[in-house]
Ligand binder design. Structure first.
Ligand code: ATP
Ligand code: MG
Length: 507
């Protein structure tokens, strides 16, 4: 072999290497000498051109398509709703399949597991395999800090492009959002002048705790459920997806409890709007527009809230309480028309499902404009405790479905007005020795006392009316009374009342 290579060529090889090395050395030296910025540009140009060719090469040989979803949007401060929903959708599979996971503390200190960075899991949809992968890119946001922006990437074969883009992606987001909704921590918002502060809403009351006529209760539940499922229906009839409820009745009949039960049934937040804290109509508008979908906006005791009721406007013959309200009205500039405008504006401006609830002890004091159908679609009377309501409370508080004393309770409760709040209070065992029978007897005693009180009142009323009647029936007696001379006022009256008497005297 060695005889085939000429000695001249043998000598020129090391020479060539030397030349090339020198050339490379010079290039490297010049490259090092140029401005770092130019260096960076050259480097990224080379990388980009390589990357393009690499991508082209991969595209020719790789039949898989990728879609990526960023964790943050825009300015990197806002979490992408899609990302969170997809994470929720993948969570059950993550727990089953992922080898590396990240743990977070969620609602009620529940552990939430998500895929760790660079982890991959497999999903299947209508027999098609889809790979999900978590990646991240690091961007320099400030000189001092780098920002990690994660993304979820899904990979699938190009022959399933149509299925994935038109069905699978929607399926994932819909499922994910449903999971999020189920697990979300609901909020109770309360307002100051222009903003809301929030607390975790964790009221345990459900509809089965509410003591009321079961037929009426079912009607309300059906109404709420058909409202919450009625997106398409509301669209079809061209009506905003909103519903207004007016709850009225004496104190302690369960109006506030009903609002909490509604929120629990529909899984909504509650905005407890205190109108007396709001300065004027424009602040009210700000507050109302700052409420979110899937929420109940409740204005408690609407008749006492502001100068927006009939009674407050015509405040002749005011009671002390009313005087206070009228004084407040002068300072407070939220008006009835302002409230109506804001409610109607909110109805037309927002697209999601919302409920507004007014509660009152005095429906007769509310301006009809405020509660007309269309604004307050359903008027619900919360009334005194009936026997069916008592049974609900007995079941809740005493775990009793029946008892020999139920008959007595039924007999008494149908004749005497007692609020569910009072019944509930009487049925709660106060000491460890208070057995159900003791509590029932307490209730019976209270009902019997109410019966006696009512009889007493009725008797005294009867006497009073009998007295009045006899006064009207026998007017002479009335005239004669002054003659009895029992009071100084009566003594003076005849002289003024009967000028003839005076004349007679002078005669
Ligand atoms: N219908 C009811 N069913 C079950 N519990 C009730 C009912 N009504 C009242 N209660 C009990 O009484 C308490 C007070 O009731 P709630 O605050 O709901 O009454 P309200 O009608 O809103 O009174 P107010 O008009 O004074 O605001 C509740 O916490 C609950 O324990
Ligand atoms: Mg209340």
């Amino acid at each position: 072999m060695s005889s085939l290579v000429s000695p001249k060529k043998k000598r020129s090889l090391p020479k060539m290497w030397m030349k090339t090395s020198v050339m490379l050395g010079i290039i490297m030296f010049v490259y090092q000498m140029v401005h770092p910025l130019i260096r960076k540009t050259i480097r990224s140009f080379i990388l980009r051109s390589c990357d393009r060719y690499i991508q082209k090469f991969i595209a020719c040989t790789n039949p898989y398509i990728e879609i990526s979803i960023d964790e943050c949007i825009g300015d990197c401060f806002r979490l992408s709703g899609y990302y969170v929903a997809i994470q929720a959708y993948l969570r059950p599979k993550t727990c089953q399949l992922a080898r590396k996971m990240k743990a977070q503390l969620g609602r009620n200190k529940k552990l939430i597991l998500n895929m760790a960075d660079y982890e991959e899991i497999l999903d299947e949809f209508e027999g098609v395999k889809i790979w999900w992968y978590v990646g991240k890119t690091i961007t320099q946001r400030h000189a001092a800090s780098d920002f990690e922006n994660r993304h979820l990437k899904l990979q699938f074969h190009r022959r399933h492009r149509e299925l994935i883009t038109s069905s699978y992606m929607y399926h994932v987001i819909k499922e994910g959002e449903a999971i999020l909704l189920q697990n979300r921590q609901r909020k109770l918002y309360s307002n100051n002048k222009t903003s809301w502060s929030r607390l975790v809403f964790d009221h345990p009351v459900k509809f089965h705790h509410i003591a009321m006529d079961p037929v009426k209760k079912k009607e309300i539940i059906d109404d709420l459920i058909s409202f919450s499922n009625g997106k398409e229906y509301y669209e079809e009839i061209g009506k905003a997806w909103k519903r207004g409820y007016l709850l009225y009745g004496p104190p302690g009949t369960g109006k506030s409890s009903m609002v909490a039960a509604m929120a629990n049934l529909l899984d909504y937040d509650i905005y407890d709007l205190e109108l007396t804290a709001v300065k004027d109509n424009s602040d009210l508008r700000i507050l109302m527009h700052d409420t979110s979908n899937k929420s109940i906006i409740v204005i408690e005791d609407i008749d006492c809230s502001l100068c927006i009721t009939n009674k407050r406007k015509n405040s002749v013959g005011k009671t002390d309480k009313e005087v206070v309200v009228v004084q407040e009205c002068k300072e407070n500039k939220v008006t009835l028309s302002g409230l109506l405008n804001v409610i109607d504006g909110l109805w037309s401006a927002s697209s999601g499902e919302r409920i507004i609830v007014f509660t009152t002890n005095h429906i007769e004091n509310i301006d009809p404009a405020l509660i007309r159908k269309g604004r307050m679609d359903k008027h619900i009377e919360m009334s005194y405790c009936c026997f069916e309501g008592f049974k609900v409370l007995a079941k809740n508080y005493l775990k009793l479905d029946s008892h020999e004393l139920f008959g007595t309770v039924e007999n008494l409760i149908s004749k005497h007005q007692i609020t569910p709040a009072d019944v509930a209070e009487l049925l709660i065992p106060k000491t460890i020795n208070d057995d159900p029978e003791y509590c029932l007897r307490n209730l019976i005693q209270a009902l019997e006392k109410a019966k006696e009180d009512r009889n007493l009142i009725a008797n005294s009323q009867e006497k009073a009316t009998a007295g009045e009647m006899s006064e009207i029936a026998n007017p002479q007696e009335v005239e004669e009374k002054p003659a009895l001379g029992n009071s100084p006022e009566v003594e003076e009256k005849p002289e003024v009342a009967n000028p003839q008497n005076v004349e007679e005297k002078t005669d």
